[in-house]
Structures are given as C-alpha cells and as structure tokens.
Write a protein of this length. Structure first.
Length: 333
C-alpha cells in the first residue's frame, strides 16, 4: 500500500526520461565504436502506436464463439469451453514469442487456470501488466463479457511482439480464470506474488467488456495512486476522437487485488447492465434508458451482442497506452 504512489511516480519518471536515455545509449555505443545500430534506427521514442485492425480482434472473438458452440454454449469455470479458451490463447501467444505459463488454482466449480504471458526483454523491475478475464458465466458464451477484452489483448500482444518494440519496460499479459466466481484468478495470482515480485509491477491495466452494444466509453476512476494512468487513458480517448467518462468500478473487476496490494491500476470499460443516461446518449449516441449491454450474463451475449466501433476504439486506445507506458520505440520496420 505504502509504496504505491512511489511506483506510479517512478513509472512516470521513467517514461519522461526515456528520450534522453535512448540518446545516451546511442552516444555510448558510438563512442565505443562497435558495429551498432545507426542512430537512425533509434531515431525516436515517439513512434506512433499501431492502428489495431478490429477485423483481427473480431476473428479472435469468432474463435471464442466457436469454442463455446462446441462445448455446451459457454466458457465457464470447470467446463471444457474454458480449457479450450486457455489453449487457444496460449497457442497464439507462444507462436508470437511469449513465454507462457499456466497457474492452476481450485474453485468450488473445479480447477481453474490463469494464463500468464511474458515477452522476453525490457526491465523486469518495471513490468507493465495488461489483463482481463477469459472465463464466461455459465449462461452463455461471454462474447462481450469478456471475449472482447481477451480478444483485444491477444491482438495487441501479437502486434506488440511482431513490431519488436524497443521498450524500456518488461511487458506481461494475463488472462484470468474464474473472475465470474468472484475475481478468483486475479486474486490468486496477486496472493502468489512475493513482495519483491509485487514491487516489480509498475502498473496493472484491466480490460473487461470493451464492445457493449449500447456503448459507453469509461475509464476506471477508483485508484487514487494511479491518476496519471487514468489521465493517460482519458487523453488517448480524446486523441481517438471519443469523449470518455469516469466509472466508479467499485471493485467489480480483476484489478481490485492489484490495487489492494498497492500496485497502480487502470482500465477501460464499455458498460454492463446499468442504463445509459440521456446525457450519455447525446454524447455517444445509442439509446438512453437502455442497458449498455442488455445481454450481460445472458445466453444472448453472442457475436450479435457487439458494437465493433467501440471495440475498435478501445483496442486502439489500449495499444496506444501500452506503447506509451513501455516507452516503446519500434525498431526499423
Ligand atoms: N465482469 C464484471 C462483473 O460482472 C463486469 C462489470 C460490471 C465491470 N461493472 C464493471 C467491469 C465495471 C469493469 C468495470 O462485475
Ligand atoms: Ca483500429
Ligand atoms: Zn461478468
């Protein structure tokens, strides 16, 4: 708890310092005279984050829908559709160059699994983590909740690795099990960390429901130690041409355990069972007085229960945040 604001501050300081650090690194290498990358290869740390193609995110979602269809209609803890979802993500991230591991834990519905994926490289003492839950409720396939967060993270992880960003920070993705049973996977992970390991996580950003059919564009506003991360997300929505609003998440997703452990947290969210207000409908379009997601936790949370524009904006904003938070400069492309 005590050191959380220190870590938030040092992440910020690290980001601010990156431009000068990379200049120094080039200068040192040149002075030493070895065959190093020319300065042009490292010309800037201000490389724009990629525009994530939402069709590629939707393709991952279609795989998750097929997995549910082939396994009794859901991807719930203890059911084969959850295991198949873990296998799908692990295969993708292994192929992309991540070191993946499965963390097992027990629940009242049987064994569940977290998938943790580290991209080799970067400063592990300053790890940026992005995550979301991979399980669905038993009632349906969980396409918006939380296929969208999972699919966006898969695509962003693949893109990050493929572009080989020369980021200062180490990057770790997490796909949590048993969120729907009470945030069990993320809680288990945080409890499994030594205090040293916990202190190496500079930030944890959570993505749970990104393509609600009557969407809001919400930024988590419950972590006083991470207002800088929150403001980065707000600014990135603005840069993408979308106004955002704060949501008091009220401990309802997987960043809660991180926040309690003093790790700065953030996230975006497109809305669940609550009703869109008139002012929000004026700002964002859609239907006032209707739920952001009328199929929340229901059988109808399928591929028809999606706003792909909201999913696209969120995927682009998350990618921009990751590139910014890791101060990645993309190598010669
Ligand atoms: N999976 C979350 C839940 O069932 C969905 C949710 C509701 C949520 N409100 C939220 C996620 C606010 C993030 C922020 O509780
Ligand atoms: Ca896009
Ligand atoms: Zn849910």
């Amino acid at each position: 708890m005590r050191s959380s604001s220190t870590r938030a501050t040092s992440l910020r300081a690290g980001l601010a310092g990156l431009a000068s650090i990379s200049v120094l690194a080039v200068a040192t290498a040149t002075a030493a005279g070895p065959a190093v990358a020319t300065p042009a290869d490292h010309a800037t740390s201000e490389v724009a984050a990629p525009d994530i193609n939402v069709d590629d995110v939707v393709a991952h979602l279609e795989e998750l829908q097929s997995i549910a269809d082939a396994n009794g209609g859901n991807r719930n803890t203890g059911e084969p559709g959850y295991q198949a979802s873990v296998d799908y993500v692990q295969t993708k991230l292994d192929a992309a160059g991540y070191e993946t591991r499965i963390q097992e834990f027990e629940t009242a519905q049987g064994t569940s699994y977290n998938l943790i994926a580290d991209l080799p490289g970067g400063d592990e003492a300053s790890t940026v983590m992005l995550g979301g839950h991979l399980d669905s409720v038993g009632a349906g396939p969980g396409i918006n909740d939380n296929g969208t967060g999972s699919a966006a993270l898969i695509e962003i992880a693949e893109t990050y690795a493929a572009q080989n960003p020369d980021g200062a920070q180490h990057v770790r993705f997490a796909f949590w099990g048993a969120e729907e049973l009470g945030l069990l996977g993320s809680t288990h992970y945080v409890e499994s960390l030594s205090s040293d390991e916990a202190s190496q996580i500079s930030a944890y950003a959570n993505f749970d429901m990104l393509g609600s059919p009557n969407p809001g564009y919400f930024v988590y506003d419950d972590d006083p130690s991470a207002t800088d991360l929150r403001d980065d997300l707000t600014e990135l929505y603005t840069a993408a041409g979308t106004e955002s609003a704060y949501v008091d998440v009220d401990g309802r997703s997987d960043h809660a355990a991180f926040m309690q452990a003093g790790i700065p947290t953030a996230g975006t969210f497109s809305g669940a069972e609550e009703l869109k207000t008139k002012a929000e409908a004026e700002m964002w379009g859609g239907e006032a007085g209707a739920a952001y997601d009328p199929c929340y936790h229901s059988a109808c949370d399928t591929m028809d229960n999606l706003d792909t524009e909201a999913l696209d904006v969120n995927a682009d904003v998350i990618a921009a945040a990751l590139w910014q938070w890791t101060a990645g400069s993309t190598k010669s492309q």
